[in-house]
Structure formats: structure tokens, C-alpha cells
Design a binder for this molecule. Sequence first.
Ligand SMILES: [Zn+2]
Length: 384
Amino acid sequence: MAGLIEPYGGRLVNRMVGQEEAERTEKETDDLPHIHTILDQVYDAEKIGIGAYSPLEGFMSSSDYENVLSRGVLSNGLPWSMPIILTPTSTEPAFGVGDRVALTDVDGQVFATVDVEEIFPIDKKKLAQNVYGTTDTSHPNVAELPLLGDRSIGGRLRLLRRLRLPSVKHELTPNETREYFSSKGWQRVAGYQARNPPHTAHEYIQRVTLEREDIDGLFIQPIVGKLKKGDYKPEIIMRAYEAFTSNYYTTERVLLGSLSIAMRYAGPKAVLFYAIIRRNYGCSHYIVGRDQAGVGSFYDPYAAHRIFDQFDVGVTPLRYKESFYCLKCGTMASSKVCPHKEEDRLNVSQTKIRRMLAGGEKIPSEILRPEVAKILSEPDVFVQ
Ligand SMILES: [Zn+2]
């Protein structure tokens, strides 16, 4: 038996210290310089600790950072598309190379330490251009770059505890998902990235994937960290997915998790990063639909399909075109299997669903499962 796919870089990183060491260290952290940073980086710190970002053992050095920006690889040559940096938001307290610093969560509580190996300046314009392909501040991630500090700390991290998150029961570690997959006898697992509640076009590509002979299981893992204004709230996405998966899938084939990281709307570069993360969680395959991780019209909707030809991260991409409900076929379909005309098709999109919900219209089950529609009809479902 071949077993599950190896973690990225060959070994699952675990920078989480044991209970005893955590308690001891937590006392010692009183004397360390406390580092406050933006929520995105708090999430990143935790993911480094649990191995979701393997082979990273800490925040990037200047060499890794520069290589990622200029060539799309770590300094060891492994493809990597997203900078993982720690840029404190205040210049106080003073600290230097060789110091150990304590990271605080949103409540100001210490949850990790970093050994400062390097401090280097960040050119935010270059970061914006190389990662997001634009310096236009109407791009949600580019708009937030001024919140970052101007220098980054490179160094190994120790995670003292998991973050206290609302989605905690779904916040599995790569070790835990790998155990689950193995317990079900799955070897070839497809990862499904989401940032929206499920509609029937999502369901279609999930089901088509589950029908494949080379797929044993499906891991659905919505991103529920920081999203942008106007997106569905993380708790709404998870409740919708719970209602959907518990009514329409079996736990023998499908596992639902959540991933608390900041959403990167970086099109293909974000997709490659998400595929690497899912590989660490045990996924050998990764589903890429139309315009995944896109925003506005910043990216070619199928650039995310092609990036896997350019960079090999060891994950097999499962590439899907747009799907729709065809009235003549009487089923969900894509242009690959349906010969009918545009006017015979019900387009299934988040924009359409939102418009219908706002107008108080009943959404047909061809577009949205009733269990999901009920949750989305509640008041106050969007990020303000
Ligand atoms: Zn048709």
C-alpha cells in the first residue's frame, strides 16, 4: 500500500511544544519583547506551528522571501508562491537579532515565540506587484498592505497553543486529517477549497470528483479566517457546509474541515499556495474551478488551471470548467457534456444567489439546496 501523499518537502513540520513546555515557556514570555501584528500573521504563525505550511518552520528569511517574490520558489528551489512574513505593527519594544520574541493573539495573549534570526525591510510596492500582479488599492489585499510594518522578522517559531477560534471543532491539524484519511482507508484524497457557502455548481464538481476511480475521499476545507467586506461570514459558511454535507454526503467519503487563514485573492499564486497547504493535510489531488481565489477582473479565470503546468508541487490538479443547470438536460452540466444553448441553462453563481436573496425571491433547488438557502436567508450574514 502506497499510503497518503508525503507532506510538502518530505516531512510534516511540528513546531507545537508539549503541554509542560508550553506552561513553562508561557511564564518565561513575561520577560520577552511582545510582538503585535495583524490578524493575517497571527493565523500564519499558528499554521506554521501545526505544519500546514511545511516545510516552513518559521517566518521567512530575506532569502526565501526574495526568491518567492522574484522566482516563485523558496531558497532551496521548492516552488512556493506566497510570502509568509512577520511584520510587527509597532517599532516598540526594541529587539534585535538573537532575541526571542513573544507573539500575541487578538486578545493580547501570548501564543507563540519566534527566535529572531534576521530583520529585513519590506518593499510593499514590490510585494503587491509580484504577488498580486497589481498596485491598485481597489484590490482587497493590496489595500491592506499599509497596515503591515516596514520590516520583517525571519526566524523559527514555537507554537505554545492553538488559537481560540469560533470554528475550533473543524480546525483540524494536518496530523489529524491524515489520521482520519488513514482510518477510512483513503490514499488518494482530493482537496476542495471554498470561501463561499455551497451551491449546486460547487456540488457538481465535488460529485464528479467523488465518482473518479482514482479518488478515495474528498476533503472540503473552507477558508474561514479573515475574508473581505461583503463576503459571507465565516460562521455562515461553516453552518451552510455542515447542513449541506450532513444531508447529502457520507463521512465514509467526505470530511469537512476549516482553515483559518486570511484569504489571499491572488488568483493563480493563491491557488498554488492553497494546493501546497492541502498536500500537507494529506491531499494528493486538488480541485480547481473557474476563477478560484480571484477578485473583480484582476485575473484570467483559468490562469489558476495553468499555473500547475508551470510549477510542480506534487499535487495533481483536477481542473473544472464552469458548470450550470441545463433545463433541457434536466441536470447539472458543463459545456463538456451539454450541447444546448445558453438560454436553456440556469447560470449558478454567488452573485445571482445574493441578488435573489436580497429581493426575497425563493431560490430554486436547482441552484441552492433548501438547507443552505434557509441559512443564507437569515439576517446579517455578510462581513461588514
Ligand atoms: Zn443541456
